[in-house]
Every structure is written in C-alpha cells, then in structure tokens.
Design a protein around this ligand. Structure first.
Ligand SMILES: [Zn+2]
Length: 85
C-alpha cells in the first residue's frame, strides 16, 4: 500500500511544511502530498488519522487504488507541528 512505503524524494523537500533536504518522504494519509517525518507524526497524532486510514483501507478493498485521501484537515496545513527545521 502506497501510504506505508517511504520514498527517497525526487527533490528532498517536504511538500507540506517545505522542510528542505529531508532524509525520506512518505505520502500523506489525508491527501497525495509527499511529507516529512515531522508532518507524518503530526498526522498520526491527529484525531482524524484513524478515520482517514480506515477509509483508505475500505477504498482499497473495494478496488479503488486511486483513492486520494479524505482531504487535509485545515489544522495540518503547513505541517501542524512547530516547524523548526
Ligand atoms: Zn514536513
């Protein structure tokens, strides 16, 4: 499943908090952004994370491999963490 795989990024920048040259990026559970570990931690800590995960599993089971997530909660815009890099 694409959300559980870490990628070496094409340019090394987080697409959400704009952290530069991070070691690896992972796809957001809420949308299709490639995000850094800090943004991923913020997603995991978010109350909607379980909902997003369950929805993706449901879509995948239904054969929809192009599901793009339930949408990014506004409080996670820009990372949702203190952003010190
Ligand atoms: Zn980030």
């Amino acid at each position: 499943m694409h959300h559980s795989v870490s990628y070496w990024p094409p340019n090394g920048n987080c697409q959400r908090c704009k952290a530069k040259k991070v070691d690896s990026l992972i796809m957001s559970i809420f949308n299709t952004q490639m995000i850094c570990g800090k943004c991923d931690d913020a997603e995991i800590a978010h109350p909607q994370y379980g909902v997003a995960k369950a929805k993706e599993l449901e879509e995948t089971k239904a054969g929809n491999y192009n599901f793009n997530g339930i949408g990014l909660p506004p409080e996670l815009e820009g990372g949702g963490h203190d952003g010190k890099h």
